[in-house]
Design a protein. Structure first.
Ligand SMILES: O=C(O)/C=C/C(=O)CC(=O)C(=O)O
Ligand SMILES: [Mg+2]
Length: 218
């Protein structure tokens, strides 16, 4: 069987991301739980791997970190039910949904798309492929993030509003999912600013961890 999805950074065609998917984050913002998953996309050119730096995009004065669990799709599919969704999970990844927050605020104020604030080069630092057997309890796994050694995000994926199968099912009703596509499942409470010279470390229980430096664009 072909396992091209394991090399999702090369073979995937899309990164689809869910936002406002953690109860703690939504409560902290004083907003209602969304009625259905809220989606946006990042280009696959946004991926970087450990050893590469997060580059603050041109003109950005406020860059935010968001640690997230990502799901790698193993088989082409569309319009699948939540109960069938696990058949299409190839594995997982640990990811950062880096956000140019000042651009994001402006985009929301002016009702503009989120592509620039969410999709710039280096906006998706990602771990390698995590076998699904290693993460059988993906619905209750700890996600954490530190900036310069100080914990900023620390939450279980059990705080998600929409579960991984519900998200895959919902997304697949509108987009054909292909081998190696990734779905980012949203960030828990505690997202905040990072500056050039700082280091972000994050992890998924004791299964995956990664570290990235934040640098000025040059
Ligand atoms: O302000 C908002 O509505 C959402 C902001 C985000 O960046 C949301 C996410 O990407 C997330 O919740 O993961
Ligand atoms: Mg996010």
């Amino acid at each position: 069987m072909s396992e091209n999805y394991r090399n999702f950074k090369e073979n995937g065609k899309k990164i689809i991301a869910v936002c406002r998917n953690y109860k703690g984050l939504v409560a902290a913002q004083g907003i209602q739980n969304p009625e259905k998953p809220i989606l946006f996309m990042k280009p696959t050119s946004a991926y970087i791997s450990e050893g590469q730096d997060i580059k603050i995009p041109l003109g950005c004065k406020l860059l935010y970190h968001e640690v997230e669990l990502g799901v790698v799709i193993s088989k082409r599919c569309s319009n699948i039910s939540p109960s069938d969704a696990s058949d299409y999970i190839g594995g997982f990844l640990l990811a950062l949904d880096m956000t140019a927050k000042d651009f994001h605020i402006e985009a929301k104020e002016k009702s503009r798309p989120w592509f620039l604030c969410k999709g710039f080069d280096t906006s998706c630092p990602a771990s390698g492929f995590i076998d699904k057997e290693k993460l059988s309890n993906y619905s209750d796994t700890r996600l954490w993030l530190k900036v310069d050694g100080v914990t900023k995000q620390n939450c279980s994926t059990s705080d998600m509003i929409f579960s991984v199968p519900e998200i895959i099912s919902y997304v697949s009703k509108y987009f054909t999912l292909e081998v190696g596509d990734v779905i980012l499942t949203g960030t828990p409470a505690g997202s905040g600013p990072v500056h050039a010279g700082q280091t972000i470390e994050c992890g998924l229980a004791d299964i995956a961890a990664m570290k990235f430096a934040v640098v000025e664009l040059n």
